[in-house]
Structure formats: structure tokens, C-alpha cells
Ligand binder design. Structure first.
Ligand SMILES: Nc1ncnc2c1ncn2[C@@H]1O[C@H](COP(=O)(O)OP(=O)(O)OP(=O)(O)O)[C@@H](O)[C@H]1O
Ligand SMILES: [Mg+2]
Length: 221
């Protein structure tokens, strides 16, 4: 048994009108510490749903999630939130950066929430994601790809044990995409950060240690 991340018969249904429609139909997944796992599959197959459950953002309808031996699915909301802030970094498919804050303040906020002072400065992080000199821009003053890189910077500055990235290169051209993928590889190898990355990009899928294929709410490897 993997002691880093494990799911048992994970299911999630969403209520649509009067019906419950299944988005995950029983996912059993094990991820070792330090793995770089890529998740692929057609649109609507449940990839983002799975990621939101793994990160403790949503609750499953059925099944269990264990993170470092602790059962996430048995935790009270406050405990779950604390663990999420401490250990998990998210890059969302819709990047969820705050529109009224500058790039720099969006990144700093991620640390403030955790009550940390950065080991890596915001300047360094901006440079790492190729946004040198853009720290004072608000999201509306940045391109889509730049906003995505702010979201990535925010997720990685606190060096989370587990980085969950939903289409992190979706809005990036091939040069910036390669740059971000190199950065992820480096975080994975040098900091031993475990990464789960969803992607539709066949090139991006190649960089992981392992590819998990999903279809219709299930893993189909
Ligand atoms: N908040 C929600 N309420 C109701 N149904 C939802 C909700 N979120 C997702 N779904 C449904 O659950 C299924 C899985 O959605 P999910 O977003 O996980 O797919 P995905 O694999 O991430 O797709 P994509 O590649 O397009 O991002 C879809 O059928 C979707 O319509
Ligand atoms: Mg998705």
C-alpha cells in the first residue's frame, strides 16, 4: 500500500435538477511520494472532479482518500482546510487568481494564508515562471498565459508536498509550456515534490513517470 496518497472506490455524483449524475464511478488510485503522475482522458471523464477530491476541496459521495496515512475523507472541515493549506498546492483549470490584486500580491497571499515567510522570494518565483517585471500587473493587465503562470507561481512558492495541476499548460504557447514543464520536472526531482498533472497535451503527458488514463469516471489503464 502506498503511504503517500491512496483512494478506495472513490465516487462522486453531482445533482443536476432532480437527478444525481455520476462523475466518478469508483476510482482506486495509489501514488508514491515523489512520483510525477500525468492524468489524461476525454473532456468530461472526471479528471478535475478527481483532483478536487484529492485536494480536499470537495467531498466524495462515497469512498475514501488517504494522504500520508491519514484519512482525508474522515476529517472535519477545519482539519482538512489546515492540511490543504499546509501540504497541497493547486493550479486550477480556471486559475482562480484574485482580480483586484497584483500578480505579486496574489503570490504573496498564498504564503500569508499559511503564515509563512518565503524561502524563495517573490522576485525569484516571478523569474522562475518567466514573469520578471510583471509583478505589479493585475490579472486584467496580463495575458491568459501570464495569468496562468501567476497561478503556477502561487501554487509552488510554498513548496507543497503535493502539487495538483489541472491543465497547467492549457493557455501557454509551446515555449512557455516547455518552460513550465521543465520547472515542474525540477521541483519533482530536486524538491521531491509529488506532482499530479492533468493535461490534454500529448507532449506534456510524456514528462511524467506514469500516465493514468481516465474514461467515463473510471481509470482505464
Ligand atoms: N459542479 C458540477 N455540477 C454538476 N456537474 C458537474 C460539476 N462539475 C463537473 N460536472 C460534471 O461531471 C463530469 C466530469 O467533469 P470534470 O470537470 O471532472 O471533467 P474533466 O475530465 O475535467 O473535463 P475537461 O477535460 O473538459 O476539463 C462532467 O460530466 C461534468 O458535466
Ligand atoms: Mg477538467
Amino acid at each position: 500500500m502506498s503511504d503517500f496518497l491512496k483512494t478506495v472506490n472513490l465516487k462522486k455524483s453531482y445533482r443536476i435538477g432532480r437527478n444525481f449524475e455520476p462523475a466518478l464511478r469508483g476510482v482506486d488510485l495509489e501514488v508514491e511520494r515523489g512520483e510525477f503522475v500525468v492524468i489524461v482522458g476525454p473532456s468530461g471523464c472526471g479528471k478535475s472532479t478527481l483532483m478536487h477530491l484529492l485536494g480536499g476541496l470537495h467531498r466524495p459521495t462515497e469512498g475514501q482518500i488517504f494522504f500520508e496515512g491519514a484519512e482525508l475523507t474522515a476529517m472535519a472541515d477545519a482539519e482538512l482546510t489546515a492540511l490543504r493549506r499546509r501540504e497541497i498546492g493547486f493550479v486550477f483549470q480556471r486559475f482562480n487568481i484574485l482580480p483586484t490584486l497584483s500578480a505579486r500580491h496574489n503570490i504573496e497571499l498564498a504564503l500569508k494564508i499559511r503564515g509563512e515567510t518565503p524561502e524563495t522570494s517573490v522576485e525569484e518565483i516571478l523569474e522562475m515562471v518567466g514573469l520578471t517585471g510583471k509583478g505589479h500587473h493585475r490579472p486584467s493587465e496580463l495575458s491568459m498565459g501570464e495569468q496562468q503562470r501567476v497561478a503556477i507561481a502561487r501554487a509552488i512558492i510554498s513548496k507543497p508536498k503535493m502539487l495538483l495541476a489541472d491543465e497547467p499548460t492549457g493557455n501557454l504557447d509551446s515555449k512557455n509550456s516547455d518552460h513550465i514543464l521543465d520547472l515542474f520536472t525540477q521541483l519533482n526531482r530536486e524538491n521531491d515534490q509529488t506532482i499530479l498533472m492533468i493535461t490534454h497535451n500529448p507532449e506534456a503527458a510524456k514528462i511524467g513517470d506514469r500516465i493514468i488514463k481516465m474514461k467515463d469516471g473510471r481509470i482505464v489503464n
